[in-house]
Design a binder for this molecule. Structure first.
Ligand code: G4P
Length: 533
């Protein structure tokens, strides 16, 4: 690569921050995304992106389509510039469409913002997503949201994070006033003042932030101020102080408080993403070693999205640029096959907006349209060959037997199921007992099954009937484990995952798995979260 291009890649990488917000549905992810975009002036009025009630709703056909189908058909990537940095905020689909896609997005980010509802604390999906962050070594910044509503005590929330995640919370902002009585925030770096916020109607504009000197805050806020100062002192004495090295190593999490709906505390979070989140760095290669950001282009396909509208059967492959400079039109090599791959149709996407991308740098996400041959986990590169490690398969929790509605189309049925498996839409499990015509589909979220049903009927003309199975737990086992399960009194089942030939034992619950372990001591049953990451 010519020196200028190398220098450009290194320079641009250094000012990129690529992150995702992880949270449980309803914690306020959409609201926070908008608030961040608003503060970075990427949008002029909150509500433009997600159209929340009470704000100006931007009607879009795209959203209508999403609503009608009840699933998110886009992986939004919001790119905005702030303080000379370029931020890429990757959307993790929330709500009912929680699926493997949500996890895979985390293969494409360098940092995560963990959003917690002040009243609810750590919730189920937050826990799962945090597990993936920990497994992948992604540093986590915490934002405690909805402080404008009654909730738990701040110290209690920190305690919960420390106890349950074995992650040391280090507050960077601290609330003055309990949840539901938000008087202001103290930025730990400037303890001699309180930031007071004036809300705008419905949070459509940035909140006005005013720095109040300590004496005035003490006089005006009384015990609320005293308590906040006391708590901060306590935390400092206990050593709960931000340490960049410990944060990057995943041992601590800087904590912020606020109310995304009123844009309170959001500016400080945005600054933290720039100041604390790491820029794209050298990326590990499958065969050992790393690919530095200024090496020739290499990118990882972390998501493939088939548009389910039969009128537009395009398929978009989302690629995270890991090294070098991406230029539209360049011919790359697909590592899986060694074949050339043309990149004429490169786009950046956010919501319904698609714009053509001409150039992209490490940390950016490019959507390649009509990239039919690309699969999740593929590496594309220019120049010196690179292969990134595969994106792990995640522990499925929903299982269903798939059968062709029309048995005369069974060949098409098998081919289509295999295609969906390769794309990573669902995991396909087989066993001799069930036979080829009755594979078991395994999913992280039930919405994946709806995608299968719709695509099999609409795209592949091989309608499928899904019969749910009562299992909720899959553990990795081996031939001996499968055999033991077959002989046992437990109603479980052992199957082989087609994608990686892993032997999985399916159970209705943990209790049944424990029972098998008790009856057959020494049998192998391992947690699956990222079985081959
Ligand atoms: P999600 O993407 O994580 O699912 O959450 P979303 O932003 O949709 O927010 C979920 C609900 O929480 C919304 O209320 C939203 O207005 C509210 N919310 C978000 N942040 C805050 C906050 O800081 N304080 C308070 N009090 N509420 C917050 P909703 O009633 O479900 O929807 P809407 O009618 O407000 O649109």
């Amino acid at each position: 690569m010519i020196p200028d291009v190398r220098a450009a890649a290194a320079h641009e990488a250094a000012r990129r921050r690529t992150f995702a917000v992880i949270s449980h549905p309803d914690a306020g992810k959409s609201t926070l995304t908008e608030a961040l975009a608003l503060h970075a002036h990427a949008i002029t009025r909150a509500g433009a992106v997600h159209g929340k009630a009470g704000r100006r709703r931007v009607a879009s056909d795209w959203m209508e389509m999403e609503k009608a189908r009840g699933i998110s058909i886009t992986a939004a990537v919001l790119q905005f510039a702030h303080r000379g940095c370029v931020l890429n905020l990757l959307d993790t689909p929330g709500h009912a469409d929680f699926s493997e896609d949500t996890y895979r997005v985390l293969a494409a980010v360098d940092c995560a913002v963990m959003l917690i509802d002040a009243a609810k604390g750590l919730e189920e999906q937050t826990r799962k997503l945090f597990d993936v962050c920990r497994h992948r070594g992604i540093p986590v910044i915490t934002f405690v949201n909805k402080w404008d509503r009654p909730g738990r005590e701040a110290l209690q929330l920190l305690d919960e994070i420390e106890r349950e995640f074995r992650l040391r919370p280090t507050p960077v902002t601290w609330p003055v006033g309990d949840a539901g009585n938000l008087r202001g925030l103290i930025a730990v770096r400037t303890p001699g003042q309180m930031l007071r916020y004036t809300r705008t109607l419905g949070g459509a504009q940035e909140a006005v932030e005013e720095a109040i000197p300590a004496e005035q805050a003490a006089a005006e806020e009384g015990t609320d101020w005293d308590q906040a100062v006391e708590e901060l002192e306590l935390l400092r004495a206990a050593g709960a102080v931000h340490d960049q090295e410990a944060f990057l190593a995943g041992r601590t999490t800087p904590v912020f408080f606020g109310a995304a709906i009123s844009n309170i505390g959001v500016r400080l979070l945005l600054e933290a993403v720039i100041d604390l989140a790491p820029p794209p760095g050298p990326r590990e290669l499958a065969g050992g070693g790393t690919r530095p950001v200024d090496a020739p282009f290499a990118g990882l396909v972390f998501k493939v999205q088939a548009n389910m509208n039969p009128g537009h059967r395009d398929r978009i492959a989302f690629i995270r640029v890991c090294s070098g400079v991406f230029e539209r039109g360049m011919t790359l090599t697909r590592a899986a096959t060694g074949r050339p791959f043309a990149t004429k149709y490169a786009h950046s996407l956010f919501g319904q907006d698609r714009s053509t991308v001409d150039i992209a740098y490490p940390g950016d996400v490019v959507g390649l349209v009509n990239a039919h041959s690309l699969r999740v986990g593929d590496t594309l590169y220019a120049g010196q060959a690179a292969v990134f490690p595969p994106i792990p398969s995640f522990a499925p929790e929903h299982f269903a037997v798939a059968r062709p509605v029309d048995v005369s189309r069974s060949k098409q049925f098998r081919r289509s199921i295999a295609q969906l498996d390769e794309e990573g839409v669902v995991q396909v499990l087989v066993s001799d007992l069930r036979g080829e015509q009755a594979p078991v589909l395994a999913a992280v979220g039930p919405m994946q099954f709806e995608v299968v049903t719709a695509r099999m009927a609409g795209e592949f003309s091989a309608p499928v009937r899904l019969e749910p199975l009562p299992y909720r737990l899959a553990l990795a086992t081996d031939a001996a484990g499968a055999e033991a399960l077959g002989r046992s009194r437990i109603r479980g089942e052992a199957l082989t995952r087609v994608r990686d030939k892993a032997q999985l034992a399916l159970f209705r619950n943990h209790w049944q798995a424990d029972l098998l372990q008790r009856d057959f001591p020494g049998v192998r049953l391992d947690q699956l979260i990222a079985a081959h990451g």
